[in-house]
Design a protein around this ligand. Structure first.
Ligand SMILES: C[C@H]1O[C@@H](n2cnc3c(O)ncnc32)[C@H](O)[C@@H]1O
Ligand SMILES: [Zn+2]
Length: 436
């Protein structure tokens, strides 16, 4: 007896080895995994979901965010990264408590579950509380503690210890839903020594590394001044780059940098909305994809986006490339859908993002019976160009239904919102008192 059967839906498997679209397909789920994908089944299950008129697809995978930053949604807009971080975000983060991070991360999980994201890669502070919130939410996540030393060796020791403690305690926890990574913040906020130690430690612990790379022209200039070379060259010189690296943003890349990322098989997380909002620039996504580099998608945090809707991210990713080169054929819908699903699974080293026997049962059901999704010629076109996160009807992670027919099963959305509102108000009051 299976746990869940989803029947009568249009199934987008995203499996490169198989047909991408199965009309009126059936997905069988057992013990947290996909047991079968077919046109019909003789299996019986405890729960049978009729997905008529819906698209059944892998849950979306957000490969770069800072979930706790939901508390800072709308707090500081319309400025560039450095001013945004240094004058606005970091002073508030310095006042954040464990409870704030828990409330903010839980709010992020509610937002993600409701908009069809089943896994995310996070880099943040008070990271134990991030893990506790993820554990409670039922989501899957690759979590890292964001380390910064600004060249201070005592601070570097402390930061690395914190990162190590977190990896040791949480890797593989929550029935395997939580994996961990090391999270050195960026090449211009971490010393070369810290980056080298992180790389060695990550290899020792067999975990991946999540880092911001060449997000701004300021970073490029700073690195050239400090090291006489750009971030990618510096990271390559110290032997940092390989296929266990998840590099977020990667906007200010030269042709040579792209070649290095290809050679080293680095995974790139593209964050188009945040990149536009902070005025950081346009990443060379077409060039990266043409080189065969694994490019996935991330929202970045809620203070630079200002939401966690991966449907919006997919649409923005393709539109941004088209307009930047005045070529509408660039990064077509099926490519961007892979970026939001299977490429994300590959980047995080998890068997998610594809509906295939033996893969994690991380599945979403998107309701196509909506005016803005009518008529329906091509489900992939609608998922990328017309659908929104709010069209997701059902979200399943590791075979557990987290949202059924638009209703969250394990979290009370109103309580989560109220807790977040209160945490945000108290936090900003503390910040204001400190500033006076
Ligand atoms: C983990 C730290 O990273 C900070 N952060 C959030 N968004 C960005 C971004 O786009 N670039 C660089 N750093 C970012 C976050 O506030 C934490 O301090
Ligand atoms: Zn970021």
């Amino acid at each position: 007896m299976a746990d869940i059967i989803i029947e009568n839906g249009t199934v987008l498997t995203m499996d490169p080895a198989n047909e991408h679209t199965l009309k009126e397909g059936t997905v069988v789920i057992e013990d947290g995994l996909i047991k079968d994908i077919s046109l019909s089944t003789n299996e019986r299950a405890d729960t049978v979901i009729d997905a008529s008129g819906c698209v059944v697809m892998p849950g979306l995978i957000n490969t770069h965010t800072h979930a706790g930053m939901t508390l800072l949604r709308g707090y500081a807009d319309d400025m560039a990264l450095n001013q945004w971080l240094e004058d606005n975000i970091w002073p508030v983060e310095a006042q954040m408590s464990d409870d704030d991070i828990y409330a903010g991360t839980l709010l992020a999980c509610v937002e993600m579950i409701k908009s069809g994201t089943t896994s995310f890669a996070d880099m943040y502070i008070h990271v134990e509380m991030v893990a506790k919130a993820v554990e409670r939410s039922g989501m899957r996540a690759a979590l890292s503690y964001g380390m910064i030393d600004f060249g201070d060796s005592i601070r570097a020791d402390r930061e690395l210890e914190e990162g190590k403690r977190f990896v040791k305690k949480w890797n593989g926890s929550a029935d395997g839903r939580i994996t961990t990574m090391y999270g050195p913040h960026a090449p211009n906020t971490c010393s070369e020594e810290l980056l080298i130690r992180v790389r060695e430690q990550a290899e020792h612990d067999n975990v991946k590394v999540h880092i911001h790379v060449l997000e701004t022209e300021d970073e490029l200039n700073q690195m050239k001044e400090q090291y006489g070379m750009c971030s990618v060259n510096m990271l390559d010189r110290i032997g940092f780059l390989d296929n266990n690296i998840l590099a977020a943003h990667c906007i200010w890349l030269s042709g040579g940098d792209i070649e290095i990322l290809r050679e080293r098989k680095v995974n790139v997380s593209h964050n188009p909305v945040s990149n536009m909002k902070l005025g950081s620039g346009i990443a060379p996504v077409k060039e990266l994809i043409d080189k065969g580099i694994n490019v996935s998608l991330g929202t970045d945090g809620c203070a630079s986006n200002n939401n966690l809707d991966m449907f919006e991210e997919m649409k923005t990713a393709t539109l941004m490339q088209k307009v930047s080169k005045l070529d509408p054929s660039l990064v077509p819908a099926d490519t961007v859908l892979k970026m939001g699903t299977s490429n994300g699974g590959r980047a995080l080293g998890i068997k998610s993002g594809i509906l295939k026997k033996g893969y994690n049962a991380d599945v979403i059901i998107v309701d196509m019976n909506k005016p803005h999704l009518t008529p329906l010629y091509d489900p992939i076109s609608h998922i990328v160009y017309s659908a929104r996160g709010s069209d997701v009807r059902t979200t399943i992670v590791q075979g557990q239904i987290l949202m059924d027919n638009y209703e969250l099963k394990f979290l009370d959305e109103n309580t989560v919102m109220e807790d977040a509102r209160k945490a945000a108000a108290d936090l900003i009051e503390r910040v204001d008192i400190k500033r006076e």
